[in-house]
Design a protein around this ligand. Structure first.
Ligand SMILES: Nc1nc2c(c(=O)[nH]1)N[C@H]1C(S)=C(S)[C@@H](COP(=O)(O)O)O[C@H]1N2
Ligand SMILES: [Mo]
Length: 389
């Protein structure tokens, strides 16, 4: 094979930095684990809020619950990105450790390395796909929600295996001083790196904090000014961002047409309402948030007709789901089903106005659904038909 260049594959002992130590990896790992744990639980909550037949019926109160859980989901996921990078950097030399010689140890270590490969792969996938999702960029062909959900179980499962396997070392290094070298790789040099281990860990936390501050303004109003990378803290009409405009989904003509009618259907009973018919009904005003799965949220003062009042007009009994149909002709959210607990909640309304003004076309004029504690995707805009199921 003479003459062929050999790939310079490093050896574990080539990495001499004292910073690449289990003492660093475990300390960053604790916070990474906390972030993953919160992101996992809040992710399950979001999943429950999105599926048609959830395990537990999603509550309608407090009205801002989903806003808080989804905000936490995106904040912890964002904080995890710098933490994961530092952690991977600290353990990187392990990738080049020579395999053990005895068959039994080889099997055990093979399994352990396999589980770490799954953990690293799924973690990178989760953080990368989540980050792209917050920027509403879907450069892939698969369903984000289904894939992100499945991967979450893989990530959390392999994380639990990883923690269980490493628990003795984790406890040892966390119980000792950070500079203690008991579990360090033998090939590690003893020259002093430019920053201390403590400095590196603090730097990782600082980076996580900066990442959060730079983005959390999308859901935490007081951070709006500092969040330079917040995707949609920007203002739309009434201080609420526009997710998709009427033009983008091609409903401008239908929404502005004087022939617009909202159809209300219960069995064979159907009623039609023009926008001014709806304005004649008793109006209510409530503060309700729009909380988008992509991590932005904003509260608005909405006014309009209580959905239950409308349903009473066609004699619909309580405890029924309602199908909500939009003027929009394409896309996954043109038809959604509103579960009964939201249908019967007195705060759920067909909104006609925001902040005391007529609903803007891009916010769903002539009328849109607004329900308490409901993910943004189901706050259907440009509603044209309500069917009692
Ligand atoms: N018909 C229709 N309704 C819709 C959408 C849409 O694309 N089409 N987007 C939803 C999403 S994802 C969100 S977050 C909210 C945003 O409402 P806004 O644009 O008024 O802020 O509207 C929801 N209602
Ligand atoms: Mo959304």
């Amino acid at each position: 094979m003479a003459g062929l260049p050999t790939l310079p594959i490093p050896k574990e002992d080539d990495f001499t930095s004292r910073l690449r130590s289990p003492a660093v990896a475990a300390r960053v790992g604790v916070w990474l684990g906390i972030c993953f744990g919160i992101a996992f639980v809040t992710g399950l909550i979001s999943h429950e809020a999105h599926v048609t037949h959830p395990f537990i019926a999603f509550p309608t109160r407090p009205v801002g619950l989903y806003r808080v859980t989804q905000g936490l989901h995106v904040i912890t996921g964002t904080a995890a990105i710098p933490l994961l990078l530092v952690k991977l950097w600290a353990v990187f030399p392990k990738l080049f450790a020579p395999p053990p010689r005895k068959a039994r140890e080889l099997v055990v270590e093979g399994l352990e390395r396999g589980s770490i490969a799954v953990l690293v792969g799924s973690s990178i996938f989760q953080l990368a796909s989540g980050l792209l999702n917050t920027s509403q960029w879907y450069p892939w062909g698969f369903s984000f929600r289904a894939t992100h959900y499945t991967m979450a179980w893989i990530a959390i499962g392999s994380l639990i295996v990883h923690i269980a396997v490493k628990l003795p070392i984790i406890r040892d290094v966390l119980g000792a001083d950070i500079e203690d070298g008991k579990h360090d790789r033998p090939g590690m040099g003893d020259e002093q790196p430019p920053i201390s281990r403590r400095g590196l860990v603090r730097g990782a936390f600082l980076a996580a904090g900066v990442a959060v501050l730079a983005t959390a303004g999308s859901s935490v109003p007081v951070l709006k000014k500092v969040s330079v990378f917040a995707i949609r803290s920007g203002n739309g009409p009434g201080g609420i961002p526009i997710n998709k405009s009427a033009k983008q989904v091609d409903v401008v003509a239908a929404a502005l047409s004087p022939d617009f009618r909202l159809t209300l259907a219960h069995g064979s009973t159907e009623m039609e309402f023009s926008r001014s018919d709806l304005e004649q009904l008793r109006q209510r005003t409530h503060d309700l948030p729009i909380a988008c799965v992509e991590g932005w949220s904003a509260s608005g003062t909405w006014s309009g007709v209580r959905l239950r009042d409308l349903l009473d007009l066609v004699g619909a009994p309580k405890g029924r789901d309602v199908r909500v149909v939009s003027l929009q002709q394409h896309g996954p959210y043109k038809v959604t089903v509103l579960p009964r607990q939201f249908v019967d909640d007195p705060l759920t309304m067909l909104a006609l106005g925001l902040s005391g003004e007529k609903l803007a076309l891009d916010h769903g004029y002539p009328c849109r659904l607004m329900a308490p504690d409901r993910p943004g995707v189901f706050q259907t805009k440009w509603v044209s038909r309500l069917e009692v199921l």
